[in-house]
Write a new protein. Sequence first.
Length: 259
Amino acid sequence: MEKVKAKKHLGQHFLNNENIAQKIADSLTLVGYQTVLEIGPGMGVLTKYLLEKPITTFVIEIDTESVTYLQNHFPKLDGKIIAKDFLKYNLSEVFGTEPFAIIGNFPYNISTQIVFKTLELRHQIPEFSGMFQKEVAERICEKKGTKIYGILSVLTQAFYEAEYLFTVSEHVFIPPPKVKSGVLRLRRKENYQLPCDEKMFFSVVKTAFNQRRKTLRNSLKTYQLSDNLKEDSIFDLRPEQLSVKQFIELTQKIAADGV
């Protein structure tokens, strides 16, 4: 049987372990949606387990060689292979306004961008499961107070419950990556509308962590805060000391300050 050659420029590392593929597929709860989109299926090691589930599976794949392989080996995917770049494609062309889950063994070089696009589409994506470089998966799920807690942690956890599920050895891939992988699951919060200006929330979080060693009083200088607000004790803290809830409260305070 012909094989697809992994392409370095696409960040491809093909999973070669059936048990792990099944565990990733089984990480989906199937609650709140009837359709799943797999990103970068490659030769379909994960896809075949998704196709066994009582949901409709779509795949999106930029690699033309992989698309041909999937067409030849997975007749159930007929009409459900999107030969596009996930980051650039308007998914409403396929899904309209219907909810769908996302799953995949994500290329390391675009994994954080996949998360950010998911956050943009959070009104349609109630669940997200997938494999990342281990340190990225840990960062997404990390709680406040550590060096790896950052922009990705706060923005993701503002809208989703993040759960680190298990670690995957580098030796179950072809070719093996140089680092271990981690599988996580994101379940959208019941109330995923923030009680503050969401655009400002994103801006405050990013601005604060861009100078993470400084206190908020110094890192948020661009907001031209009033002297009265700057006396608030929250500005004595560094960004990694704030929970998601505190970042929301901080955004509310800045908005009320007339910015």
